[in-house]
Ligand binder design. Structure first.
Ligand code: SF4
Length: 365
């Protein structure tokens, strides 16, 4: 398959793994920020191709995993109301809230629909003018432009029965939270290529400089990740701390300017609660004043709720690179994809889901 097979070539992977081994003289800990990269690493056994003293730890870049529990509760509350069509990406449905999830709300009669784009939700709103249609807008900078476009289009075309339940989060503040946490052991980062396709990578340069860490913008195929690790190791070994771009086929330094403008028109930066991690300043997006009418929290009167997170799930530690999924006592026993205790077990980008699916135990030291 063109544009896939060439990035999964086993011989090229072995060549890269040899290069990495030759370049490495001491132990290094590198975090892949994005859950999509985590899945590729575990699925293709990329970590097993690395010298044993390179440790890859998994980062907070799974949007479903970090959606705060109170927003799941709000989603369930809104979805359970009569006259509402609640639209969401599929992997949000089984994410547990305090007492329920969207799947249960649907089983109990709520009109919860899986969509693949916010524009699908907008179409449903146009087709059902007598219903309130809500889209669960989760994601990092990658999904923000499409969500911004949906709400901008709704206003332009006079659709008033459409709103967003917004849970957008931003990558650079999350990297800073990892770096400034007292137990941090991450020495280099693989930054998420798709986020940088939208935002570019200038935001990472002050972080790299301030904390003295290499940050390599990296793609999602096995060879992308191996090359990203190689570039990161080379910097670490040479004592450099710069932002490098492995994903040149998609990422430009300044990113996609029209997409950034769209985000700025519709959203403003706010502090945001991250599931398992806590509140991170300036780490989320909310609708601007101009689009406040399209805010589902206000429209349905669910703003302001705060809930305690269950203590058994250690996903916050996993998302900060402090633990691995198999170190959770509930992994694969009390917590499975069918009966999850945390979002990282059900998200398609969740680290616990990746280990459960591809690797039940951890053989490497
Ligand atoms: S295995 Fe389950 S309970 Fe443990 S960290 Fe992962 S999601 Fe949470």
């Amino acid at each position: 398959m063109r544009f896939v097979d060439e990035y999964r070539d086993p011989e090229a992977a072995l060549r890269f793994s040899k290069l990495i081994a030759e370049a490495t003289t001491r132990p290094w800990t590198i975090m892949e920020v994005c859950g999509g990269q985590t899945h590729a690493i575990v699925k293709f056994g990329i970590d097993e191709l690395l010298p044993p003293y390179i440790t890859l730890v998994h980062g907070p870049g799974c949007p479903v995993c970090v959606t705060p529990i109170e927003l799941i509760d709000k989603a369930v509350e809104i979805a359970s109301q009569p006259g509402v069509v609640f639209c969401s990406f599929g992997d949000m449905l089984r994410v547990p809230g305090t007492e329920s999830d969207l799947f249960t709300a649907k089983a109990n009669g709520g009109d919860v629909r899986i969509v693949y784009s916010p524009l699908d939700a907008l179409r449903i709103a146009r087709e059902n003018p007598d219903r309130q249609v809500v889209f669960f807008a989760v994601g990092f900078e990658t999904t923000a432009p499409a969500n911004a476009m949906a709400v901008a289009q709704a206003r332009r075309s006079g659709v008033t029965n459409f709103s967003l339940l917004v849970s957008h989060v931003l990558v650079p503040p999350a990297i800073e939270a990892v770096l400034s946490s007292p137990g941090n052991r991450v020495q280099g980062f693989l930054a998420a290529g798709h986020v940088c396709t939208v935002m570019g990578f200038t935001e990472y340069e002050p972080l790299s400089e301030r904390y003295g860490v290499p940050i390599v913008v990296t793609g999602f195929e096995p060879l992308d990740i191996l090359q990203g690790v190689y570039l990161c190791v080379r910097q670490l070994e040479e004592g450099r701390a710069e932002v490098e771009n492995q994903y040149v086929r998609s990422v430009r330094r300044d990113g996609n300017r029209p997409a950034q403008e769209l985000i700025r028109d519709v959203f403003r930066v706010v502090r945001r609660q991250w599931r398992g991690i806590g509140e991170i300043p300036q780490s989320g997006l909310a609708l601007t004043e101009a689009y406040a009418d399209y805010d589902a929290e206000t429209r349905f009167g669910v703003a302001g709720t705060r809930v305690e997170e269950p203590s058994e799930c250690i996903s916050g530690l996993i998302l900060q690179g402090l633990r691995k999924p198999h170190e959770c006592p509930a992994f694969g026993t009390r917590c499975t994809p069918e009966k999850p205790l945390g979002a990282t077990m059900v998200s398609s980008e969740g680290a616990c889901a990746a280990y459960y699916r591809y690797r039940r135990s951890e053989e490497r030291p």
